[in-house]
Design a protein around this ligand. Sequence first.
Ligand SMILES: [Fe+2]
Ligand SMILES: [Fe+2]
Length: 169
Amino acid sequence: MATRTAEKGILSEAKSGERDQLLEMLKKAYWMELETVMSYIANSINPDGVRAQEIVESLQQDVQEELGHAQQFAARIKELYGVVPGSLEFTAEQSYLQPPEHQTDIVHVIKGVIEAETGAIEHYNAIIEATEDSDPVTNDMVIAILRDEEGHRRLFEGFLREYEAEGLA
Ligand SMILES: [Fe+2]
Ligand SMILES: [Fe+2]
């Protein structure tokens, strides 16, 4: 007897086209998370100065969270009959999170983090929209991840406000 394939939902034969489109979005999300891990490791270690401590500690924690997000996206790619891509397919995009010229330039790091989180928020909203009717599991997963990214952005907006209030940003 042939194995029955799913008749309903995103794993069904009828949804294979939609699944392929979704896989591309999930792969992009996976790369975004991994590049964020790289950028946050560097920016949790490079900064100098007393003022940098809060930022450094916050980014250290975020590294683990973003890595967890990457693993969730990878697992979902597999569940949707995709293959988690190899590192040679990776292209870096976070020009705004490169190390600043001076390692005491914390405003550069804060603004870079806000930019990265904003990019993630935009892409994840697009995935949530695309999966609204077709894939409740991905939809649910990405809503939870979106909440983390909104929390990250809000925290760093608060840091930026403090610098702006003091005329340093
Ligand atoms: Fe993330
Ligand atoms: Fe984040």
